[in-house]
Design a protein. Structure first.
Length: 278
């Protein structure tokens, strides 16, 4: 047992130094559960305590984030200022993971990538994507998984609450629901007002259909016999796309209204917003 503990300590110190030197990264204390697999919990804690007190390697330092995460780094390769900056990014990762886990646990739903952008509006989307990629390699986030729709839209989930097979089913349902929302809204607007529906409306906050999902859904709708009444128009000058239903409007009416709406601006005719279709 003593030899095993010594081996774990040696591996942990090696990992901390390597991560600090080669990657400029903090090392989560959660790695001990992997390195010390088979050791009782009190002995795992003893390994961390021995290292954090400097009893084994004087260059190893610890850092605790506001969320309670414990990280280690080597001061030979990383300054305390750099470590603090890295810890702030780790808190961002933690916030994203908690959002994903909560969605999976409480409402059994996938978390679209766009939800991460909304959660962290002050961080550039490219940086968020970079952090999510880093999370895929970190032991504390091994429960966070990704699944892609056929359109390429990325969704995230926690496999402690949603299985891989069910995630695949949910992502297919998300796309189908988006198509149903589009069709329902177009038919309703053609019938009630009547007016054609500007395609860009569906990426608004009211409908929240991701741009990457929208175009494939429209292609599916326009090519489906089930939705044969749905037709598309493109404004000759602005290239704005509109949809209308032949159940309630003919092409001439739809085209005339499209031109009027474009001349008045994208908000024309939106004084009476429709509720989101189920």
């Amino acid at each position: 047992m003593t030899e095993q503990i010594t081996e774990v300590k040696t591996k942990l110190i090696h990992n901390v130094r390597r991560n600090s030197k080669r990657y400029g990264a903090l090392t989560s204390s959660r790695i001990v559960t992997v390195l010390a697999k088979g050791l009782p919990g009190d002995l795992q804690h003893g390994v961390l305590e021995a290292i954090s007190t400097g009893a084994i390697a004087s260059d190893i330092r610890t850092l605790v984030t506001p969320s309670g995460q414990l990280f280690l780094y080597s001061q030979d390769y990383m300054s305390s200022e750099d470590a603090a900056a890295k810890a702030k990014l780790e808190e961002v990762k933690y916030a994203m993971a908690e959002k994903i886990r909560r969605d999976s646990r409480v409402i059994t739903a996938l978390t679209p990538l766009n939800a991460m952008f909304a959660l962290l509006p002050d961080i550039k989307p490219v940086k968020i994507c970079s952090l999510l990629n880093e999370m895929q390699t970190q032991v504390q986030y091994r429960d966070i998984k990704t699944v892609s729709a056929f359109s390429g839209e990325l969704y995230l989930y926690c496999n402690a609450h949603i299985t891989e097979k069910y995630a695949a089913l949910l992502v297919r349902s998300a796309v189908s629901d988006a198509c149903s929302t589009i069709v329902g809204t177009v038919r309703e607007e053609s019938r009630v007002y009547p007016r054609p529906t500007r395609v860009s409306l569906f990426t608004s906050q009211v409908y929240g259909i991701p741009a990457a999902t929208l175009h494939p859904c429209i292609v599916r709708v326009l090519n489906s016999p089930e939705y044969a009444d749905i037709r598309k128009l493109v404004h000759p000058e602005t290239d704005a796309e509109y949809l209308y239903s032949t159940l309630h409007m003919n092409e001439e009416q739809a085209y005339s209204l499209m031109k009027w709406m474009e001349e008045k601006g994208p908000v024309a005719g939106r004084a009476l917003p429709l509720p989101r279709c189920p």
